[in-house]
Design a protein around this ligand. Structure first.
Ligand code: CDP
Length: 247
């Protein structure tokens, strides 16, 4: 949460400054199969966020001694490009935050990919943030889920997420950067609508028990919209493959 010294107003005349209603998501577009050389890929454009996800594998494990005879290893890598925001990202290598996000994304996909079908292999999931404006971890995992399916890797479900926050005492969906930085709380989560599971759940700031319950139901509501966009992206890719094959 940002300092309160230069805090911009986040709600004006009962509306968010962007004009969005409290549970409205930002504009969202997903495109599957944007890279020809990756096994699977997706580009997500969500508000001002632009994130590219690329999946490679299942393939031979490197380094070899990490090989697991029972299942595929999941490697997840989230990284922000040095030019992805106005903040200083001069050192584009991993930092504490990107290591944390990579780790939580890895846990999501270890519980989502049918890893036991591919023993002695690894699956690399790359999430590169090209432009960021709040909510990049949920956007990155949402894109990576599409990229995995685009790669033909069997998963339990498409997974998706939304970040729910509290600004000026009101709970709102899909925080942008100012709402994230100057709001009272930020709760990103990734869910599976098919199983009702919560695969990632983090929280910054404080919420009451009742607010956590409200946030969770807002996440599941938002996830339905996000899932539709994921399915649309995969369907468009599949249909373009079919028409290419016919030509
Ligand atoms: O992106 P997400 O909301 O998942 O993560 P955050 O740590 O809550 O960061 C919120 C936003 O602050 C990011 O989306 C970026 O726009 C910005 N940020 C940044 O530009 N550089 C950082 N090192 C950390 C955050």
């Amino acid at each position: 949460m940002g300092s309160s010294a230069n805090k911009p107003q986040l709600i004006v005349d009962g509306k968010r400054v962007s004009g969005r209603g409290f549970s409205d998501l930002r504009n969202l577009k997903i495109t599957a199969g944007v890279l020809k050389k990756a096994n699977g890929s997706a580009m997500i454009e969500w508000g001002k966020n632009r994130i590219l996800a690329a999946v490679y594998g299942p393939r031979e494990v490197f380094p070899k001694h990490m090989t697991d005879p029972r299942k595929a290893l999941i490697n997840a890598r989230y990284v922000m490009a040095p030019f992805s925001s106005m903040e200083e990202h001069g050192r584009s290598g991993p930092n504490r935050r990107s290591i944390e996000i990579s780790k939580v994304a890895k846990h999501v996909f270890e519980n989502n990919v049918l890893v036991h079908m591919f023993p002695k292999t690894m699956i690399n999931i790359n999430m590169d943030v090209l432009q960021s404006d709040g909510g990049t971890r949920v956007a990155a995992v949402t894109a990576a889920s599409v990229a995995l399916v685009d790669a033909g890797i069997p998963v339990r479900d498409l997974v998706q997420g939304v970040s729910i926050g509290k600004i000026e005492g009101t709970q709102v969906s899909d925080l942008d950067k100012d709402e994230d930085n100057y709001g009272e709380s930020d709760m990103p989560a990734i869910v599976s609508l098919r199983t009702g599971e919560v695969l990632l759940y983090q929280m910054d700031g404080k919420l009451t028990r009742v607010e956590v319950d409200t946030a969770l139901s807002m996440i599941f509501e938002g996830a339905k919209i996000v899932r539709e966009k994921q399915v649309e992206a995969l369907r468009a890719k599949y249909e373009s493959n079919l028409s290419e094959a016919r030509e």
